[in-house]
Design a protein around this ligand. Structure first.
Ligand code: ATP
Ligand code: MG
Length: 334
């Protein structure tokens, strides 16, 4: 069962358990079209034209109590196959304005997965060591291995967004003669090439922008001040960054237009309602995993036949079954 937030009462948890059954939601609307949130390669988008709230006819209660938990089960199975197959690795990038809900989306969509195969990495302000390298250095170090899902809470995209809003590139250690007026176009090109390279090597990338409205951000920042359990999330910087809201929206629009690729698309996900955000993100992750189509590795016919023999032995209830299996083992396994 998934709760909207920890402050909700105990009764809700019980409710969720009781109605987690298909027949209770037989006629409920739970299907959504995620394609409308995907940015097609070459499209020039304006964030203002994208919804920040649920814009499809779906039943909230059916989504929260039935469809979302079911989607999580589906992700689990696909992730288990991805891990077992161990050939593809999936990279999921999350970007957003402050308080759009990156952390809570990650918590609700990914945290029930096998921790062996899923890694969340948060990219904060670069450390001194990170500043001594190119901007992709720390991102490269954090890439998932084959079979794994790497979830990036912020990413290399900070280096074409926050760096640009605050002119950080000038203050950094890049050789001055390499910082031309084309620097952002150059970086977009580098990012497209790098993501294409990863995709061509078995590491598809999925990029999600959580699109929150300015009003909802205000309410959430206020909540961090009012609610003692959320005080730890409060940051003066978030209050200050709000000054640059329009600039951020403009740069995000440009960046998403420049870097959405057929094989590495951006999705602009409405982020004003958490239940909806989580559900959309879950469906996007399912689609990405289905595109990879991972399968449990096939066993050889020899081993399958032998397991069939072992199965009969176990069902016969023989006390010495393991010893009998030892006798039946292929010479190559002994
Ligand atoms: P979040 O805000 O993502 O929930 P947080 O509040 O736990 O995370 P912060 O201290 O706010 O942690 O760290 C994120 C900050 O680091 C953001 O302000 C972000 O813009 C900044 N940042 C991330 N990557 C870079 C970068 N490459 N260059 C400059 N600043 C960066
Ligand atoms: Mg922050």
């Amino acid at each position: 069962p998934v709760m909207e937030n920890e402050t909700k009462g105990k009764t809700e948890v019980n409710d969720v358990k009781e109605i987690k059954d298909v027949k209770d939601y037989k006629d409920a609307k739970i299907k959504i079209d995620i394609d409308r949130y995907r940015v097609k390669e070459g499209d020039t988008i304006n964030l203002k034209k994208f919804a920040t709230y649920c814009d499809q006819d779906v039943d909230k209660s059916a989504v929260k109590n039935y469809a979302f938990p079911q989607a999580l089960d589906e992700i689990s199975l696909l992730q288990a196959k991805l891990f077992a197959q161990s050939t593809y690795g999936l990279i999921i990038v999350l970007q957003a304005m402050d308080a759009a809900g990156k952390d809570s989306t990650i918590k609700h969509v990914f945290s029930h997965l096998d921790p062996n195969g899923v890694h969340v990495v948060s990219f904060k302000q670069p450390t001194e060591e990170e500043k001594d390298h190119d901007y992709m250095w720390r991102i490269n170090k954090a890439l998932p291995r084959r079979g794994d899902i790497g979830v990036f809470n912020r990413s290399h995209y900070e280096d074409v967004i926050v760096s640009r809003v605050h002119n950080l590139i000038e203050q950094g250690k890049m050789p001055k003669n390499l910082i031309s007026k084309d620097i952002w176009d150059i970086r977009y090109r580098q990012i497209r090439d790098w993501e294409t390279y990863l995709n061509e090597n078995g590491f598809p990338i999925l990029k999600i922008f959580l699109h929150v409205s300015k009003d909802e951000q205000r309410d959430r920042l206020a909540e961090r001040i009012l609610n003692k359990q959320k005080n730890w999330k409060f940051s003066m910087a978030d209050i200050n960054e709000r000054r640059y809201w329009d600039r951020y929206q403009e740069l995000y629009s440009e960046m998403i237009s420049e870097t959405s690729l057929k094989e590495a698309p951006w999705y602009i996900v409405p982020a004003d309602q958490k239940w909806y955000t989580r559900y959309v993100v879950a469906q996007i992750v399912i689609k990405a995993l289905k595109d990879i189509a991972p399968k449990f590795p096939e066993m050889s016919k020899e081993i399958k036949d032998q397991l069939e023999e072992f199965r009969k032995l176990i069902e016969s209830g023989s006390v010495g079954m393991i010893e009998e299996m030892q006798d039946m083992m292929l010479p190559s396994d002994k």
